[in-house]
Write a protein that binds this ligand. Structure first.
Ligand SMILES: [Zn+2]
Length: 213
C-alpha cells in the first residue's frame, strides 16, 4: 500500500509501521485522510512562506506579504489541529490495543495541553531561539527575525532561519527543519518524545515538576 509522502515528520518506515498496527478500517481511513490533509497543508504553508520571503521588503498593508502572513498563520493552526487529531486518535487506538508503539503518543489529555500551553507561554519563540539556541536575531519587520540556523548539523553560511513571532514558530529554509518550541527542542537536544521535550523546556524555564517522578 502506498501512503504517499510521510506526514508529521515521521520517517518512511515508522509511518508504515504505525499504520500497519491499525486493524480498524474506519480509523485507518480517517488517519490516512488526516495525513493527506496535513501533507496538503504543509505544501500550502511552504508556498505561503516563500511568498513572505519573496516580498520581505514590501510593507504595503493588504499587500502580498501581509496577506500571505495572515493565510500562513491560519494554515499553521489547521496543520497543528490535524497533527493533534492524528496523534490523539492513533495514540488512543494503540494504547487501547496495548501496543508498545503507543509510547510515542502520550495521552492528549488536559494536563498535557496545559503543560504545552505553559512552556509556550514561558518561551516565546524569539526568546527561545536567542536564549536557548544562542542565535543572534536580526529583525526584518515587526514580529519577524532572521539568523543563521542554530540547529545542529547545519553549517549555515547565510541567514536561512526565520522566526515568525505571530505564529510562534520558526523555520530554516536551508535544512527545512522548524516548528514550535517543542519541535526546536526536539532538533536541538535530540529529544523525540513530547514528554522529554516538555521536561526540558520546563527545566529551562524553571517550572516545577508538578509532582512527577
Ligand atoms: Zn538549518
Amino acid at each position: 500500500m502506498d501512503h504517499g509522502p510521510y506526514p508529521f515528520g515521521f520517517a518512511d518506515d515508522d509511518y508504515r509501521q504505525l499504520l500497519e498496527q491499525v486493524r480498524d478500517r474506519d480509523l485507518l481511513a480517517d488517519l490516512e485522510h488526516l495525513a493527506g490533509l496535513a501533507n496538503e497543508l504543509a505544501a500550502i504553508a511552504e508556498a505561503q512562506q516563500r511568498i513572505i520571503l519573496e516580498f520581505a521588503d514590501d510593507d504595503t498593508p493588504g499587500g502580498n506579504r501581509a496577506v500571505a502572513e495572515i493565510l500562513l498563520a491560519d494554515t499553521l493552526r489547521k496543520l497543528e489541529a490535524s497533527r493533534f487529531e492524528f496523534d490523539r486518535r492513533l495514540g488512543l487506538y494503540l494504547r487501547t490495543a496495548g501496543h508498545p508503539l503507543a509510547r510515542r503518543f502520550p495521552p492528549a489529555d488536559d494536563s498535557l495541553r496545559e503543560r504545552i500551553r505553559a512552556v509556550k507561554a514561558a518561551w516565546p519563540i524569539d526568546r527561545f531561539v536567542e536564549v536557548v539556541l544562542g542565535a543572534d536575531l536580526t529583525p526584518t519587520k515587526p514580529g519577524q527575525w532572521t539568523c543563521r540556523c542554530p540547529l545542529p548539523w547545519h553549517e549555515d553560511r547565510t541567514p536561512s532561519f526565520v522566526v515568525f513571532g505571530e505564529g510562534n514558530t520558526a523555520k530554516c529554509f536551508g535544512c527545512l527543519r522548524g516548528g514550535d518550541v517543542l519541535d526546536l527542542t526536539k532538533y536541538a537536544f535530540g529529544l523525540d518524545r513530547v514528554y522529554d521535550q516538555l521536561a526540558q523546556l520546563e527545566r529551562l524555564a524553571g517550572i516545577g515538576k508538578r509532582g512527577r517522578s
